[in-house]
Design a protein around this ligand. Structure first.
Ligand code: ASP
Length: 305
């Protein structure tokens, strides 16, 4: 068994050359820093590791989570996040929160300091204040790049709005996530996102839904990115764990099979998964997925395409 952390910064259909060199460099830098932050916690706990890694990515403006989250149709940034501890299958999640600097830490506070699994909207933000978590003004989260993305599709007709999430050229998912196996053999997963550009206000994606975009148990830890509506319908992350438990499939087969179910429904995206032995996989059915991996003793590796 080898303690390890995997991270992703979202999948998308843009190929090499379609992303500016500056954004690509910033993304690589953010991924490396997130790996470093996560690996530093692998001797404490997998839960600490995934939270630490995701916080770095939430602070990095190139990713669609925390600062730099995408905009809703109304021009707001509503964020979703979830975290899960595989040891006891304990979970915390938040949906549609505004102004919370680290949504993943709010999800963890829900896990540790509330009797609930999921809080949403103003109730979640009130809980964040009560827990003393950092709240920031809208300007803190603003990204010109994300705003331009919204303007490009927002003013299309109603039909386009309804289908905006499905347009090929808009399939750019910058959600972030991490999964880890710590030195004690515990698994954890976390995912954080601004959701999808031009989403209706109040829309909640798979990232915050335990079993869909985020899941961890004694067998594996999973975090997904992609068109959330499809990942929810495939209950992707739990599906992957169930395949490992009930079918005798290898991790590679279970990961590919679970993603195939999303693909068959018409969904685009990818996932990262680590099992209790430290085996890992990062399949995606899109042109790229920002991703990285680092073992406790190894050096970090990051990839985009
Ligand atoms: N899965 C996220 C959502 O649907 C989007 C993404 O992965 O970028 O909210």
């Amino acid at each position: 068994m080898q303690a390890v952390i995997l991270i992703h910064g979202g999948a998308g259909t843009l190929f090499k050359g379609q992303i500016s060199a500056e954004r690509e460099a910033a993304a690589r830098e953010g991924l490396q820093q997130a790996l470093a932050a996560g690996v530093a916690c692998l001797e404490q706990s997998a839960l600490d590791a995934v939270e630490a890694a995701v916080k770095v990515l939430e602070d990095c403006e190139v990713f669609n989570a925390g600062r730099g989250s995408v905009y809703t149709h109304e021009g707001l940034q509503e964020m979703d996040a979830a975290i899960m501890d595989g040891r006891q299958c304990e979970a915390g999640a938040v949906a549609g929160v505004q102004g919370v600097r680290y949504p993943v830490s709010l999800a963890r506070a829900v896990l540790q300091h509330s009797p609930h699994v999921m809080l949403s909207g103003s109730g979640a933000v009130a809980f964040a204040r009560q827990q003393g978590l950092q709240i920031e003004p809208p300007e803190f989260f603003h990204s010109d790049y994300r705003w331009q993305q919204l303007l490009q599709i927002r003013d299309q007709d109603r039909t386009a709005l309804d289908h905006a999430l499905g347009q090929d050229e808009k399939k750019s998912f910058g959600t972030v996530g991490a999964v880890a196996l710590d030195v004690h053999g515990a698994l954890a997963a976390a995912t954080s996102t601004g959701g999808m550009t031009n989403k209706r206000f109040g829309r909640i994606g798979d990232s915050a839904l335990i079993g869909a975009g985020t899941y961890a148990d004694a067998h594996c830890a999973v975090s997904a990115t992609g068109h959330g509506e499809y990942f929810m319908r495939a209950v992707l992350a739990h599906e992957l764990s169930a395949r490992l438990r009930y079918t005798g499939q290898t991790l590679e087969q279970a990961a590919a099979g679970a993603l195939q179910q999303v693909t068959e429904l018409g969904g685009a995206g990818g996932l990262i998964v680590v099992d209790a032995k430290g085996n890992w996989r990062m399949p995606f059915n899109t042109g790229r997925m920002y991703r990285g991996v680092q073992t406790l003793t190894g050096s970090g590796e990051v990839w985009i395409y």
